[in-house]
Design a protein around this ligand. Structure first.
Ligand code: MF3
Ligand code: CO
Length: 261
């Protein structure tokens, strides 16, 4: 069951997703060698609560924290811990909030100091593939157009696409219909309609696409232990094209890199 959002609901979703963007921007100032992933989690939780919102992941399906923090071979759903980031790591920080009853959901993969050139390219391509997918989020196209655009972009560059995990609808619930896979066929899947709000979140591996879920029941990593990258935006499908509700501008300002969207 796909809920189409009203203009008013989309404005509330924009506020929630803006706060996620601001939280990621705050975290960007702290990502450096030596900080633990649990320290990042505490910074995020305090920031969110200071902004009249609550962490969206905390307690969701029993998830124990505010952030999912996934380092190197970890793909997504890494549980914050006493692990201290070190030079050369890459770290996906996935953040969700609930504000005024609506969810925000967005993720960014950060470089910790200098990272290997091949890993830098993996991050660049994964972020680019997110925007390539977003371009397809126009009324009248289908979910498979988004999926295929991401898959084609990444596989042509010899990266692999994680298949077991997908993007999703976003609204009063963190995970709503439809599923938004990062692989698929053009012209297939649910029809995109004005007012649909979806999270698009490519998870792209340097090595093989195979995954393993750790014994904590959450942390998902590459089977071959090669690095993985993850970027996520929540967007609204509109008649005239995609409306990106989350934002990387706070992250990119904090990092001093050119702003995308
Ligand atoms: N962005 C992640 C996702 O859509 C966040 C979910 S983590 C959970 O899967 F713990 F809340 F499940
Ligand atoms: Co998500």
């Amino acid at each position: 069951m796909i809920y189409l959002k009203t203009d008013e609901e989309i404005e509330l979703l924009r506020q929630s997703n803006l706060l996620v963007g601001q939280t990621l921007g705050e975290l960007a100032k702290w990502v450096a060698p030596g900080i633990t992933t649990l320290q990042l989690d505490k910074i995020a939780e305090e920031f969110i609560r200071d902004h009249q919102a609550i962490p969206g992941f905390l307690g969701y399906a029993g998830y124990p924290n505010t952030l999912c923090v996934s380092v190197n071979e970890q793909i997504v759903h890494g549980i914050p811990s006493n692990y201290a980031l070190k030079e050369g790591d890459v770290v996906s920080i996935d953040c969700g909030v609930v504000k005024n009853g609506f969810n925000g959901d967005s993720a960014y993969t950060f470089e910790v100091g200098e990272v290997a050139p091949e890993v830098k390219m993996l991050l660049k391509t994964t972020k680019e593939s997110l925007y390539i997918g977003i371009e397809q989020a126009v009324e009248g196209k289908r979910i498979g157009d988004i999926s295929n655009a991401i898959q084609t972009y990444c596989e042509h560059r010899n990266y692999s696409v994680v298949r077991e995990l997908c993007g999703h609808g976003v609204g009063k619930h963190l995970h709503e219909d439809p599923e938004v896979p990062n692989y698929g066929r053009r012209g297939c899947g649910p029809l995109l309609k004005n007012g649909m709000v979806i999270a698009i979140e490519p998870m792209i591996n340097l090595g093989s696409r195979n995954i393993v879920v750790e014994r904590d029941g959450w942390t998902t990593r590459t089977k071959d232990r090669k690095p993985s990258a993850h970027f996520e935006h929540t967007i609204a499908v509109r008649e005239n094209g995609p409306d990106v509700l989350s934002s990387f501008r706070y992250v990119e300002e904090a990092l001093g890199i050119p702003t995308t969207k």
